[in-house]
Design a protein around this ligand. Sequence first.
Ligand code: ARG
Length: 460
Amino acid sequence: MKLWAGRMTGDVDARLNELNASIGFDSRMIHEDIAGSVAHATMLGETGVVSREDSAAIVEGLKGIITDIDAGTLQIDMTAEDVHTFVEAELTRRIGDAGKRLHTGRSRNDQVALDIRLYLANAIKRIQALAEDFIRALCETARAHLGTVMPGYTHLQRAQPVTLAHYMMAYANMLLRDLDRLSDCLKRTRVSPLGSGALAGTTYPLDRARVAQLLGFEDIAHNSLDGVSDRDFALELLSDLSILMMHLSRFSEEICLWCSWEYRFVMLDDRFSTGSSIMPQKKNPDITELVRGKTGRVYGDLMALLTAMKALPLAYDKDMQEDKEALFDAIDTVCVCLEVLSPMLRTATFHPDNMRAAAAAGFINATDCADWLVGKGMPFRDAYGIVGQLVRLCVERGATLESLPIEEYRAVSDVFDEGVYDAIDLGHCVERRKLEGGPAPETVKREIERVEGLLAKAAE
Ligand code: ARG
């Protein structure tokens, strides 16, 4: 029987049920639904809206339900309309009339808004912990490769020398911003809508602040219409997760490239690679391809909810039931991606020799060569022109700046002397870039310490 059986007669069409029911996906919020109801019922007892005895019976009944669910001795009734209906029906089955008092001063509209907020608050913390672990894996890789010189690219063309450590810490910085965004989102998520009722508040003297306090929330929604129809926090989370996935996708793209035999910068551990059904030689980076591919899903989840919300008149509309599948999909996707990327990175073998060889072949010390001339008093634009000529010469001869004899240098400009070879040594090129934020090993070491310090502080 439906909750609204008083108003309408007979059964609804089965096809409506199919479309309307949300138990298939919102049952995963049963812990949050019960936590919210425990807080509501506790407050109802404290304020005298229901008797102390009924309040205690409700709280105990709810706790029994969750214990039995966790123990596997109570199955969720999948024919119920949604998780809220199931819990209330089960409670009443267990404790009788007192169970029917739980919904006093509450609507499923403020109830579901609270449940999602509770669920997302937990999910944010889970995602943050996984993101922190990935940052730690990046720091570990960086620490092991402070002096591993590799080409840095612009336009995917070899540009200037950096190190693998510097590269890893670029991603660590992106992930740190993701953590920050998630913490910010958490503040606006931990707001209690209970007391908003269906849309217009309630006539019962509820203690809204007490409910928020019992749930560990910072604030209450200050307008009942907004309280039931606000999904900004959900959209913020989906936006934050989209940006996070964009970062993971860029990282994954690098790994896919670096695994190819054109690069051969890294070899993934067998446990984190797949093979081909026909080509015996293949070792494929499926993980990073899937992370890249799944990024699209998370963007899709964001677009789905933005679109669902865009023309909704106040207050609650059933369209909003669509929020949950998008949120759950995005959360699940981000978690599975982060869970696998960290061990994949920790077990990967990087090839410093191949990185160094790629760095040596690309004239990525040309800027340093020009800078050396500038050090001798030449204007930069002139130095730039001279080194351009030298590079052209090297390309014609199949040489590098390091292997080009000093006579050839001097034929282009008599400012050159043997000191130039020291200036264009790739290791030295990196070591001299020791300004904050640069790739010099000592600078990156300090940066790793800074990032690890931030993680340690967050864990306090
Ligand atoms: N299953 C609904 C949802 O997810 C719960 C709220 C139902 N409210 C209502 N007025 N029908 O949004």
